[in-house]
Design a binder for this molecule. Structure first.
Ligand code: ZN
Length: 215
């Protein structure tokens, strides 16, 4: 199954323009692709099920474009996504507020853990690795109606220390940024992406990427 990754969708040079994002979503929809959240993907895989013609859309970092542009574009075609939020940056002007993250959940999106400060975990002392994951988990639980159930590591970077904390907290899915197709037989704590979509990537390239992971 394909996991598509997005970050920013903004009308500024170097970022994916809202019109380009809407075109990509419309093209997926026109090809009959359905979407699935990462928690639903995990549940499907646990049953040994690979939903057909289905893509998981992930949006990392929880920037304000999510609530302004991305969620409305997805909702227009009945799509869901998983948004990985960085609690240490919530409400700082660039990133969504807790209220906006709650609205994103109410719109049918999943909100997951992207750690407290978006640091590269493998470079940190062990107590910091634990704190970055646990503190983000604690805040997401206390500030949002729906608790987080999945995590994405900043820079896709994790090690055994991080994975131990993730397991202790009860997360059963972690997404990285290695390229590949998600499959039930693979380690759910190392779920790959098929493409990190950037400015300049064509709609055709996005469609080709997701088709590569069709079974
Ligand atoms: Zn990130």
């Amino acid at each position: 199954m394909p996991v598509l990754l997005y970050h920013k969708v903004q009308d500024v040079p170097g970022e994916i323009a809202p019109a380009a994002f809407r075109e990509q979503i419309a093209a997926l929809h026109a090809e009959g692709w359905r979407t699935i959240t990462m928690t639903a993907l995990l549940e499907a895989f646990a049953r040994g099920d690979v939903p057909e013609h289905t893509v998981a859309i992930n949006v990392d970092d929880g920037l304000r474009d999510v609530v302004r542009t991305i969620v409305p574009a997805l909702q227009a075609v009945g799509y869901a996504a998983t948004v990985y939020a960085v609690p240490g940056r919530v409400g700082n002007g660039l990133h969504m507020t807790w209220q906006e993250l709650a609205e994103v959940q109410a719109a049918g999106m999943e909100v997951g853990n992207h750690t407290m400060d978006h640091l590269d975990l493998v470079t940190l002392p062990t107590d910091q690795v634990g704190w970055q994951i646990r503190e983000a988990d604690r805040l997401l639980r206390s500030e949002l109606p729906v608790p987080p159930a999945t995590i994405a590591f900043p820079f896709g970077s994790s090690d055994e220390r991080a994975l131990r904390v993730v397991r202790e907290l009860g997360y059963r899915l972690a997404r990285v940024t290695k390229l590949g197709c998600a499959a039930p037989r693979d380690d759910p704590l190392r779920v790959p992406i098929v493409m990190s979509v950037k400015d300049g990537d064509s709609t055709a390239a996005v469609l080709r990427a997701v088709r590569r992971c069709e079974r």
